[in-house]
Design a binder for this molecule. Structure first.
Ligand SMILES: [Zn+2]
Length: 88
């Protein structure tokens, strides 16, 4: 993890979809295996992932993104939007 939890939780990884309400993102330690909705890799329980949850048509829906994908996405956005001197 390269960023603080609040960065992951505040970042919009997908554009909001109109049917979704009550959308939340939270960094969690998984208690069951989940697959990442970006790279589609399976991750075992006990991994840190970003959980996205929302209600669609009144039903709860959730998906998970692995931290690797989160980091890559945030890095890309930072590279596009940044002034270019943030390389490490
Ligand atoms: Zn992933």
């Amino acid at each position: 993890m390269k960023y603080a939890n609040s960065v992951y939780e505040g970042f919009e990884f997908y554009p909001a979809c109109e049917e979704e309400t009550n959308r939340k993102q939270k960094v969690v330690k998984t208690r069951k295996p989940h697959w990442c909705s970006m790279c589609e890799k399976d991750l075992d329980a006990g991994n840190t992932m970003l959980k996205e949850s929302a209600f669609m048509d009144g039903l709860p829906v959730s998906s998970y993104i692995c931290i690797d994908c989160c980091d890559k996405t945030i890095d890309e956005i930072n590279a596009l939007c940044g002034d270019g001197d943030a390389h490490d």
